[in-house]
Design a protein around this ligand. Structure first.
Ligand code: SAH
Length: 697
């Protein structure tokens, strides 16, 4: 089988479809999967084991045979727990073929082949009966089909089907129930991920304020979940307006309904403020008594209990359709609406002297439609990008740098996706301003959004958006003038890794013939920086597990290792490091520079060297990021913002993903004596726009 994989070409900024073998997809899935993280999640594993033991005992006490259905068995872990706990037989269902194969091997290696039957099917395809996949219905239902939003991986339809066709009435379920909790908060930081704040520009002729179009004010945004490591959000970045409230729960031992519905709770704010955000997380009770509880509650909810770090389950941030001033003690209704796979929220104020009839009326106008972006901005900008555009400090740096280079006769072209720079350049007095947004997807044309933007700010005839790609730029697009100032943030929506924004350099090269001889390019250059780090926790996602709760899962470790080494090309991967604390073991080092005043050279740019490790610690990997030099004394970093203390704690740009290259010592778990230096070889291939790297400890 051949499959096509979409990947943006960093030299052209456009999506390309590459033909790949069947293996490619498998390897990507496995290498980047969360299986390792789940196997390292001690709290989860211990509690599943306790819950499974308790369920098997209850069935045995009733004098019945314990027949287990494990939907989504993965490595086979939960079935092996059940078999060890005395289950008579387990049906282990796994839809993903490479995992089902791995489960067969792992089950065999651990000596459970006679007790566990691995079935490579989606659970809804499983048949029951003398000739079926299962001889009879099960009386114990074990699953782990949850994502951060609980239902996003299809747990509800899977349970609904299983109760109808695969398990007995009154079966034991592990987990027994899940409960979703919410807390209403005000947070300028998180609200800045949904909404564009007005931008203030000090211009020659007074202060200008760039405002978003009115459609943006009340736009519900997009339905995709915003899942983050809420434990990395300092309490100074939000203010809780309500207590933690139970929103809804699902009992997995009873028939489950997946059809769209809503849940409603009454709230009384504990503090007055702007209701903007609903923070949410869930817990699962492994047994009916609720004694075995596994919770995703963030640090401020149960400050005394130890937090289990995990990346496969985090917490959710939901954005209310609009912010609402609420008063301490007033009566509010919070509604959670859900379909089969996602949840969204709505807040309403109870009306004065409301009675039962009034409540009924409220129910009628509860939202049922999932949020759909009407203003188009949420299709162009993702949440971190909103945050970046709202970063006043960053905007000020661009304004100050632009102010230095723009003149009243400047002809300015801005090449960046969804950028406010053309408007800033106009406010700062450039005579002629054009914008170009090269990475266009088929789904979305940014033109209409810009028209709305310009209209809201009376700029319709002031700024021109050029729809041509850089290589097709014609003199007529520029009114037959040469470009005197070429600017970029640079930011492109198709970039995955930090250096993919070097597409700006390629675009700059493509428009070379249109540049005036004394053109100013801003940023004038970029540099790639690197630092060796020890992660507090992120290393777990790539680290072998070996033995998990007494079961040998090395087959899985080997599989992940093979996939990571597929084609012998280990790659850096993007991670938003503000969510993943690490400490620096070396000084940050500039490893490559890119001169935007000249075209992209034909030859590769490479460097070799060695970094001294100054701090004691485990060298988990290298972090790489880009810095853009706007002016001699002004640079913006998309990575390290500050090394905050002598312990090496790092502060990362909260709007960008950094590149992480995990050393093979993490992947192979080889024991190293403390290295004192790391040697590296880094190569930027100007033909492909990709960076290859190699490290030796
Ligand atoms: N049970 C394992 C793995 C959990 S990950 C553990 O706890 O460690 C969830 C797995 O379920 C994934 O491997 C996914 O491919 C599989 N899966 C999800 N829904 C499924 C379904 N309806 N039928 C079969 N497999 C499913």
């Amino acid at each position: 089988m051949k499959i096509f994989c979409g990947r943006a070409n960093p030299t052209t900024g456009s999506m390309e479809w590459l033909e790949e073998g069947e293996d490619y997809d498998y390897h990507q899935e496995i290498a980047r999967s969360r299986y390792a993280d789940m196997l390292h999640d001690k709290d989860r594993n211990v509690k599943y084991y306790q819950g499974i033991r308790a369920a098997v005992s209850r069935v045995k006490e009733r004098g019945e045979k314990a027949i287990v259905l494990d939907i989504g068995t993965g490595t086979g872990l939960l079935s092996m727990m059940a078999a060890s706990a005395g289950a008579d037989f387990c049906y282990a269902i796994e839809v993903f073929k490479p995992m089902a194969n791995a489960a067969v091997k792992i089950v065999e290696k651990n000596g459970f082949s006679d007790k566990i039957k691995v079935i490579n099917k989606h659970s809804t395809e499983v048949t029951v009966g003398p000739d079926g996949d299962m001889q009879c219905r099960a009386n114990i239902l074990v699953t782990e089909l949850f994502d951060t939003e609980l239902i996003g991986e299809g747990a509800l339809p899977t349970y609904e089907h299983a109760h109808k066709y695969l398990v007995q009435e009154g079966c034991e379920a592990v987990p027994h129930r899940a409960t979703v909790y919410v807390q209403l908060v005000e947070s300028r930081r998180m609200w800045s991920w949904k909404k564009l704040f007005p931008v203030h520009v000090e211009a020659e002729d007074g202060e200008k304020i760039l405002v978003p179009p009115s459609e943006m004010e009340n736009c519900p945004g997009v339905p995709s979940v915003c899942d983050i490591q809420l434990n990395q959000m300092p309490s100074s970045d939000f203010s809780t307006l309500s207590d933690v409230v139970t929103m809804f729960s699902v009992d997995f031992s009873k028939p489950v309904q997946s059809a769209s519905t809503y849940y409603r709770v009454q709230l009384e704010p504990v503090k007055s403020g702007k209701a903007q955000i609903v923070l949410s997380w869930w817990d699962i009770d492994m047994d009916p008594s609720g004694m075995i509880n596994c919770t995703m509650a963030p640090y401020w909810v149960k400050p005394t209990s130890a937090l289990q770090w995990r990346d496969h389950w985090m917490q959710c941030v939901y954005f209310l359709p609009r912010e609402e001033q609420v008063l301490q003690g007033e009566k509010l209704y919070l509604t959670a609406c859900r379909d089969e796979y996602s949840v969204w929220y709505n807040l309403q104020k109870a009306r004065e002297g409301e009675n039962k009839a009034g409540e009924e009326e409220h129910k009628a106008d509860v939202c049922v439609e999932s949020p759909v972006c009407r203003c188009r901005a949420h299709l162009l900008w993702n949440r971190p990008r909103f945050g970046e555009l709202n970063d006043q400090n960053r905007t000020r740096q661009y304004i100050e740098s632009l102010r230095k280079v723009l003149k009243t006769d400047s002809v300015c072209l801005c090449i960046s996706d969804g950028s406010l720079l053309p408007v800033l350049a106009h406010y700062l007095g450039a005579k002629q301003v054009q914008g170009m947004q090269p990475s266009r997807t088929d789904l979305y044309h940014p033109h209409e959004l810009w028209q709305a933007f310009f209209k809201a700010n009376h700029l319709e005839d002031k700024i021109k958006i050029i729809e041509a790609r850089p290589e097709l730029l014609k003199p007529s697009h520029l009114e037959d003038k040469k470009i005197s100032v070429l600017v970029g943030e640079p930011f492109f929506t198709t970039s995955l890794l930090p250096w993919h924004n070097l597409y700006f350099w390629y675009a700059r090269t493509a428009v070379s013939t249109h540049l005036a001889s004394n053109v100013t390019v801003l940023p004038q250059s970029a540099s790639l920086h690197m630092m060796i780090v020890e992660f507090q926790d992120l290393w777990r996602i790539r680290s072998p597990c070996g033995i998990c709760e007494g079961f040998d899962v090395q087959t899985m470790d080997d599989m992940i290792k093979d996939s990571l080494n597929f084609r012998e090309s280990k790659e850096a991967e993007p991670h938003p490091l503000w969510e993943y604390p690490c400490k620096s073991l070396s000084e940050p080092e500039e490893v490559l520079t890119f001169d935007f005043t000249k075209p992209v050279p034909q030859h590769c740019l490479s460097t070799e060297g060695s970094v001294k490790l100054l701090q004691k610690g485990k060298s988990h990997g290298a972090v790489l990021w880009m810095e853009y030099h706007l002016a001699a004394d002004t640079s913006v970093s998309t990575g390290l913002m500050q090394l905050s203390n002598e312990k090496g704690n790092c502060e990362w740009n909260p709007h960008c993903k950094q590149a992480v290259y995990f050393f093979s010592s993490v992947i192979e778990s080889e024991i190293l004596s403390d290295p004192t230096a790391v040697t590296y070889a880094i190569n930027f291939d100007t033909k492909t726009g990709e960076i290859a790297m190699d490290f030796k400890l």
